[in-house]
Write a protein of this length. Structure first.
Length: 118
């Protein structure tokens, strides 16, 4: 059973920063990529950022490029999301997810709330 635990969410003023963390565990756990998604109230869940361990490729949604940075450690099954210059529209529940083999994100964390006040 793969388990993902996120932390680091909270309430911050616009222009502030937060750092989200995600730790994955489970028997014989391995991953092709780890990523972050978010879901705002009354909206669909959307992609935020991901890192592919082979080659270290990173990807970002246009809405967060230049403000958010993803990093992590494949050997430790951890991924982080440094969020700077936060805006009220970044308010959402942020989810960590794992793509085990390059197909789809099959494992999800419970989510952590990020609230940005104006």
């Amino acid at each position: 059973q793969v388990r993902l635990v996120e932390s680091g969410g909270g309430l911050v003023q616009a222009g502030g920063s937060l750092r989200l963390s995600c730790a994955a565990s489970g028997p014989s756990f391995s991953s092709y990529a780890m990523g972050w998604f978010r879901q705002a109230p009354r909206k669909e869940r959307e992609f935020v950022s991901a890192v592919t361990w082979s080659g270290g490729e990173t990807n970002y949604a246009d809405s967060v490029k230049g403000r958010f940075t993803i990093s992590g450690n494949n050997a430790k099954n951890t991924v982080y999301l440094q969020m700077n210059s936060l805006k009220p529209e970044d308010t959402a529940v942020y989810y960590c997810a794992v793509d085990p083999s390059g197909g789809s994100y099959d494992y999800w964390g419970q989510g952590t709330q990020v609230t940005v006040s104006s």
